[in-house]
Design a protein around this ligand. Structure first.
Ligand code: HEC
Ligand code: HEC
Length: 268
């Protein structure tokens, strides 16, 4: 449990809040038991409150005052915004992350603390995020088409042409790549991200995460006629984005055949 050093005033407002929680007629949106989604949100709100998540994060559009310490240029160094987190990540990934946080953004100097949640509390938080985003919980088949043939080749070329790995790590840092400006490891995507989140993210990252370093490659200002910097997939922005989603959801490190294999002398 983190140490909060509340001022008297803060302690008083928490006390008032908690008294409100035990009142006999809580506001309808907080009345547990009527609807499983509302119950999940209520339970999760308590965990978010008690663990001080909003000291660092904007959670479902509230909290995260810490962001005020970062100006526009360095807002990318603030802890990530967690509004819509349930639409972004797979429940199983989130559960594992809450139990044992790993580094996603090596450029941050703040770290996600380990809270030593019980399985029940970690599950309640996962349910909270899914419910807040109206997303399925707990099971999910992260479906994305397996690319094959010409489509696979074209997707691979697109990924190269758009130079995603100028920023993104795939597996491990490239020799000489600065960890301070690297972007998340895309090998994590298949276990971490909901495939249907990748599409709006690629279309307009700024709309989902204000101030992110992730660029927009396509121009969707005319939704019916988006433009693309690439001629692949007939220059069709939507097809390109769908292909990249499928590509990322199946991305694996290609095994490079070892030289020795081809020169091993045959014995017989
Ligand atoms: C001391 C600040 C701090 C506190 C308190 C904190 N976090 Fe975090 N959290 C971080 C940082 C920093 C990251 C980014 C880690 C990274 O990207 O390497 C993070 C990442 C996350 C992520 C992953 C976001 C993503 O990219 O998908 C989730 C989910 C999360 N936190 C949930 C929580 C919850 C729930 C709580 C409260 C129980 C909490 N955090 C409390 C700092 C904090
Ligand atoms: C200029 C650097 C840069 C380039 C180029 C770039 N990205 Fe990103 N991308 C980022 C950053 C930074 C983030 C992390 C945003 C955040 O803090 O959540 C990100 C996040 C992502 C994520 C979410 C990853 C996760 O696990 O949270 C995906 C998926 C992604 N980018 C795909 C792509 C693809 C595909 C391309 C090429 C078409 C690309 N990016 C090009 C900087 C970049």
């Amino acid at each position: 449990m983190p140490q909060f050093d509340f001022t008297d005033e803060e302690a008083l407002s928490i006390l008032t809040f908690l008294k409100g929680q035990t009142g006999e007629t809580p506001p309808p949106e907080y009345r547990a038991g009527t609807n499983p989604v509302q119950a999940a949100v209520l339970k999760g709100e308590r965990l978010v409150f008690w663990n001080g998540c909003r000291n660092c994060h904007v959670v479902e559009n509230r909290g995260g005052k810490i962001r005020d310490l970062y100006n526009d240029e360095n807002v990318t160094f603030a802890p990530p915004v967690l509004s819509g987190e349930g639409a972004k990540v797979q429940p199983a990934w989130l559960f594992a992350f809450l139990k044992s946080p790993t580094t996603l953004r090596p450029w941050l100097s703040v770290r996600m603390p380990t809270f030593h949640f019980t399985d029940a509390d970690a599950t309640a938080l996962v349910h909270y995020f899914a419910a807040s985003s109206n997303k399925s919980f707990p099971y999910l088949t992260a479906q994305a088409q397996q690319l094959a043939g010409a489509r696979a080749k074209e997707a691979d070329q697109l990924f190269k042409d758009l130079q995603c790995i100028n920023c993104h790590v795939v597996g491990e840092l490239r020799p000489g790549q600065d960890p301070g400006s690297a972007a998340p490891n895309l090998l994590l995507a298949k276990d971490r991200l909901r495939p249907d989140w990748i599409v709006p993210w690629l279309k307009n990252p700024q709309a989902l995460l204000d101030g992110t370093r992730m660029p927009s490659f396509w121009d969707f200002s005319d939704e019916a006629h988006p433009t693309s910097p690439s001629k692949l997939f007939n220059g069709d922005a939507k097809q390109q984005i769908d292909a990249l989603r499928d590509y990322l959801m199946h991305l694996e490190l290609k095994a490079t055949p070892t030289k020795t294999a081809s020169v091993t002398p045959r014995r017989g």
